[in-house]
Design a protein around this ligand. Structure first.
Ligand code: PRT
Ligand code: ZN
Length: 226
């Protein structure tokens, strides 16, 4: 596998909730490519662009470390990674180019339906199951609430019933998953959308000019949808 560094590298989610819309956006701005052969890299056939198809969790780091020039990622994952890197004293720079019109959701704390919930103070010293401990901790610390965590990358919604935690903090869109698991939304702690980001590293004039062209087309594509 070879990566040609003269080509613009864009990281998008390989398979998941952001994949289709990310590919649609790139096609709408005139980048031709095929992702049918399930490879890590898809070379555009008409622009000096390579797509990297990866887990969404890897996208912030790839852009912050300058491995990829652009990335499309949920603000929830981006912000959690930024807080994590900041806490560890690592670099977490990037440029936000555009908040996109897909991937909308909220990160919410949920508790058992039967709990008498009156506000954040009711969660003082509670254990929360989540994939997003930094975002959750930051929000609750501002409310003066101390938490401990049960870190889960999946099946977060069953953690309370399984006796692993007093509540959960997970992404919600319709609320159906919470309801199906006997949970109710207690606090919305973060509202998220997909976002296009650029590495903070200086790029060649050619790459920057290409990004500027794409941005003009993105503005046009988004306006046309309104
Ligand atoms: O494999 P990979 O690591 O790339 O994917 P992933 O499984 O980590 O992520 P994926 O594809 O599920 O989500 C990618 C991004 O989509 C998230 O980081 C969010 O930015 C955005 N997004 C938008 C959502 C949702 N809406 C959403 N509803 N991500 C997840 N959910 C899940 C939520 O975790 C819960 O399980 O959907 C369920 C809740 O949905 P409702 O409708 O029942 O409330
Ligand atoms: Zn993921």
């Amino acid at each position: 596998m070879t990566i040609d560094s003269s080509r613009l590298r864009i990281a998008i989610q390989k398979g998941g909730r952001l994949s289709d819309e990310s590919k649609k956006l790139l096609k709408a701005i005139g980048i031709k490519f095929s992702t049918r052969d399930r490879k890590l890299i898809a070379h555009s056939t008409n622009e000096a662009v390579d797509l990297l198809l990866v887990r969404d969790d890897d996208i912030p780091g790839l852009v912050m470390d300058g491995v990829c020039d652009l990335g499309i990622i949920g603000q929830n994952v981006l912000e959690e990674e930024s807080l994590e890197r900041e806490a560890k004293g690592n670099a977490f720079d990037y440029k936000e180019l555009k908040v996109l019109d897909f991937g909308g959701c909220r990160l919410s704390i949920a508790v058992a339906e039967e709990m008498d919930y009156n506000g954040p103070q009711d969660l003082q010293n509670a254990r929360i199951a989540t994939t997003y401990p930094r975002l959750t901790e930051k929000y609750m610390a501002e409310k003066g609430v101390n938490l401990s965590f049960c870190l889960l990358k999946g099946s977060v919604e069953v953690a309370t019933r399984a006796g692993l935690a007093d509540g959960i903090c997970d992404l919600v869109s319709t609320g159906a998953t919470l309801e199906a698991n006997g949970l109710k939304e207690a606090e919305v702690i973060y509202r998220s959308k997909a976002v296009l980001i650029q590495t903070a590293s200086e790029l060649s004039a050619e790459k920057q000019a290409l990004i500027d062209t794409f941005m003009t087309r993105i503005e046009g594509a988004l306006q046309a949808k309104e």
